[in-house]
Every structure is written in structure tokens, then in C-alpha cells.
Design a protein around this ligand. Structure first.
Ligand code: EPZ
Length: 430
């Protein structure tokens, strides 16, 4: 199994190209199930989760054509992928696939809207929390679907004439349930109004793409979204938005290791809250043409408290990385996680590097230390793993991050991007 070896102590200097967002690409790819025409997505990242979803969509009848890599001068490359689903080949999403990647559960929306039925496995457990699917069930029921649970599967059936637009208030903000309701309501009869919808940029990206396909969605990016149902959608060409979590991760790496890096092909407005926290911690962040410049000083990191929240709050997907940064602050910082109840697996691993962290419920208290020391570590989810990479960049000596497959789910060419900026980071294949 591959590992990442990091020798800490080098500053980062140069340019890091930011890839297309994993969490935008996945729902956009799923939207290809909604039309018999071709949906073309540009800037699709090359990640394990994307490759798995390509296989899953293939089972449902989507033909995929991947355009050759387009190499840019700065070393970045982006793929353009054409998705064509002339007919839905299978309305079942099996346990073997849904249990590997939760987002594949979201096919329930397009399958139900286009075919009137879907049989989708319940996703099962998850390393970061229980992550139930009650909001999807309630929301689709509100559109008239019959939702029955049987032998670990949800059997969803639309009424005879198709789904029916309705007003639905999410009892809790959910990105995935908002994606699914956008897709399902786009092909429903009549108008749907969603209240307390997720406002994440990835929701806006999906709405923009659906609108380019002929949907009538207004209000995406606010808590209230209106969807006027249409009878069919057509093909479109859409560019996946930049990955705000990858952007924030590398910004935190620079703040931690020190140096001067331009994150290219990204957009600061996607992560205002996280960048503001980084500025308070002492990083210098400026918006430049087509990106963000981050100057980190490494040693003078100020303690900053953060609380994760749905967008526009501090993203839970950057919580572990920010905690990594705070392990070397000059004081005491508190990190509170409000989205997932078990998203602190990195705490014990950071402690192996010498961090001083104590947990009290959903809040971690981090007492900054002068130096971290490299060690073998591992993590059980993607963002936790990358927080260990960041900490390793600033630790003395060698850090070996095990279970690299977590990183490969969400960070494209991580070791290459960091080593181009002067870090000693390499992949070891055993
Ligand atoms: C998306 O997951 C992201 N995944 C997650 O990123 C991200 O952490 C999360 O949103 C929050 O921002 C993708 O976009 C593929 P939610 P999602 O539904 O949609 C609860 C990463 O590392 N909930 O917004 O699954 C849920 O348990 C991943 O890239 C219910 O209670 O998250 C959680 O506490 C990890 N019932 C909260 O809502 C439901 O039916 C928010 O989850 C659905 C969700």
C-alpha cells in the first residue's frame, strides 16, 4: 500500500495549480443521468472518487468519453469528459458501490425523476459520523415519491404522472439533500420551493449547470431556492468550479511551513471565512489575477478559534487542516466541529507528532508547541490525512503518512504539487 514520506523543514515557494472541485464534479457528473443528450464537463479532477463514479454511472447506462489531458505551462492539467446517457440501463445502485462512496447515493434524484423509480442502497456507516439519509427520504416524499426501505435498500417510486413540485423546508442544512432535490424537482410537474437549502458554492455550480441544460432554478446560493419543473433537459457544456477545499488546504500548508506561494486557477470568494481565519493567524493573503497569493511566516502563527458551520461559515472540510496549523501557534486555540459528530480522528495522530490537543465534546483545545517531530501516522478520512501532511511539512525529520488512498480520493497529484514548491514529499510504493 502506498505511503507518503515527508521530510519537514522546507519552506514552500512557487505556484500551485488548483484543480476542479471534487465535491462539485461528483453531483455534476450525476446530473448527466438526467438527459439523453451529451453533458460535457471541463476541469474534471483526476481523483479516485471521480474514477469510481465514472464506473457507477457506466452501470446506469452513461457512455463516457474522456478527452486527452491538457497540460498547461504551470504544470496543471484538466480533463474534459463527455457523458451521454441515451437510456437508463439500470435503476439500481448496489450496496457494493454506494458503500464505497456516499455521494453515489445521490443518483436517486435523477433516476427517480427520469425513470419514475430507483432502488438505491443505503450508504451505511462512515468514518466521520453517522450521516443518515432521512432528509433525502422526507424531501423526495414531499415531491410525491413513495419511499420504502427494504433489505438495506430504498425503493423509491414516483406517482404515475411523475414527481410533483412542492414546498419543502429542510430541518437541517444538507449539501447532498439539496443537490438531490434540485435534480429531482427540475423534472417534476410544477414549482418546488426549497427553504433552508445549502448555500455551498457546489450547489450553485450544480444549479448553473442544470440551468444550462434547460432547468429553471433561481435562488441557488441563498437559503430559498425555487425550481420550476420542465419536461426534459438537454445537453450542455459546463466548467467545474475550482476546489475551495484544496485551495484552503494549500493556503494552510504555506501558513504552516512558511514561504510564498500563488494558488492559481482559484477564487478567493469561495472561501472567505477560512481565508479570514488564516489572516488572523498571521498569513498574508492577497487576491491576484486568477488566484490567491499566500505568504506564511511559519514561526509566528497566532492562535485563532474557529467553529465549523454550513457555508458561508468555516468549512468542516478544512477543520482538520486548520487544527494542524494551530498545533504550532504561539498560544491556545479552540476548534469546534458542528457538522459531523466524529470528525476528530486526526487529533490522536497529530499528537503522535508532538501536538498538545485535548478534546471536550465537540471542541478541541490546542496548545501550540514550538516544534513538531516527524513520526509514522495514518488517518481514516481524506481531510484528516491531509492535515497530517501539512503538519509533516513543518515537523522536524521524517513523517510517513499511511493509507494514502484516502488522499487520492480528494487531492490530485498532491506530492507533485508540493514538491514543485520545494517541499520534500514523495510517494513510496511498497
Ligand atoms: C458534503 O457531504 C461533502 N461531500 C462533504 O465533504 C462535506 O463535509 C459536507 O457536504 C458538509 O459540507 C460531497 O460533497 C461529496 P451534508 P454531504 O448532507 O452532502 C446531516 C469531503 O471530505 N444529514 O451537508 O453528505 C449529516 O449527517 C466530504 O470531501 C442528516 O442528518 O453532507 C451531517 O451532520 C466529507 N440527514 C449534516 O447533515 C440527511 O439526510 C451535513 O451533511 C443528510 C445529512
Amino acid at each position: 500500500m502506498d505511503r507518503i514520506r515527508i521530510v519537514g523543514g522546507n519552506q514552500l515557494n512557487g505556484v500551485i495549480p488548483i484543480s476542479g472541485a471534487k465535491n462539485a464534479a461528483l453531483p455534476l457528473m450525476i446530473a448527466s443521468l438526467m438527459t439523453s443528450d451529451t453533458l460535457t464537463l471541463e476541469n474534471v479532477p483526476h481523483l479516485a472518487d471521480v474514477e469510481l463514479l465514472l464506473r457507477i454511472l457506466g452501470n446506469h447506462g452513461v457512455d463516457v468519453a474522456v478527452n486527452g489531458r491538457r497540460e498547461h505551462q504551470d504544470g496543471s492539467y484538466a480533463r474534459t469528459i463527455h457523458f451521454t446517457c441515451r437510456t437508463i440501463a439500470d435503476t439500481t445502485a448496489p450496496y457494493e458501490l454506494v458503500s464505497k462512496m456516499r455521494a453515489s447515493f445521490w443518483v436517486i434524484g435523477p433516476l427517480l425523476a427520469r425513470e419514475g423509480k430507483a432502488r438505491v442502497s443505503l450508504p451505511g456507516g462512515c468514518a466521520i459520523g453517522t450521516r443518515p439519509v432521512d432528509l433525502f427520504i422526507d424531501g423526495l416524499r414531499a415531491l410525491g415519491a413513495d419511499m420504502e426501505i427494504d433489505a438495506g435498500y430504498i425503493n423509491a417510486t414516483a406517482p404515475k404522472g411523475g414527481l410533483v413540485g412542492a414546498s419543502y423546508t429542510f430541518p437541517k442544512v444538507s449539501v447532498g439533500a439539496t443537490h438531490v432535490m434540485l435534480m429531482a424537482a427540475s423534472l417534476a410537474n410544477g414549482t418546488t420551493v426549497l427553504h433552508n437549502a445549502a448555500r455551498e458554492p457546489e450547489v450553485v455550480d450544480l444549479a448553473n449547470c442544470l440551468n444550462a441544460m434547460g432547468a429553471k432554478i433561481t435562488g441557488a446560493g441563498t437559503a430559498d431556492i425555487t425550481i420550476e419543473g420542465v419536461t426534459s433537459l438537454s445537453g450542455a457544456r459546463h466548467r467545474v468550479l475550482p476546489d475551495r477545499i484544496e485551495t484552503g488546504t494549500y493556503a494552510m500548508a504555506v501558513a504552516m511551513a512558511g514561504g510564498d506561494v500563488t494558488l492559481s486557477g482559484t477564487d478567493a470568494t469561495l472561501l472567505d471565512t477560512a481565508l479570514e481565519s488564516l489572516r488572523r493567524a498571521g498569513a498574508e493573503i492577497t487576491v491576484v489575477e486568477n488566484g490567491i497569493r499566500v505568504i506564511g511566516h511559519g514561526d509566528a502563527i497566532r492562535p485563532v478559534d474557529i467553529v465549523t458551520d454550513p457555508f458561508p461559515g468555516f468549512p468542516t472540510d478544512l477543520q482538520a487542516q486548520f487544527m494542524g496549523l494551530m498545533t504550532r501557534s504561539t498560544g491556545i486555540a479552540h476548534v469546534t466541529e458542528t457538522i459531523f459528530e466524529n470528525r476528530f480522528m486526526h487529533v490522536q495522530e497529530l499528537a503522535r507528532l508532538g501536538a498538545r490537543i485535548s478534546l471536550n465534546g465537540q471542541t478541541a483545545r490546542i496548545e501550540g508547541v514550538r516544534n513538531l517531530r516527524g513520526a509514522p501516522v495514518m488517518a481514516t478520512d481524506l481531510r484528516a490525512s491531509v492535515s497530517l501532511v501539512i503538519a509533516g511539512l513543518a515537523a522536524e525529520g521524517e513523517t510517513l503518512v499511511n493509507r494514502v488512498y484516502h488522499l487520492d480520493r480528494g487531492f490530485e497529484r498532491l506530492e507533485e504539487k508540493l514538491s514543485r514548491c520545494g517541499a520534500i514529499v514523495e510517494r513510496i510504493s511498497d
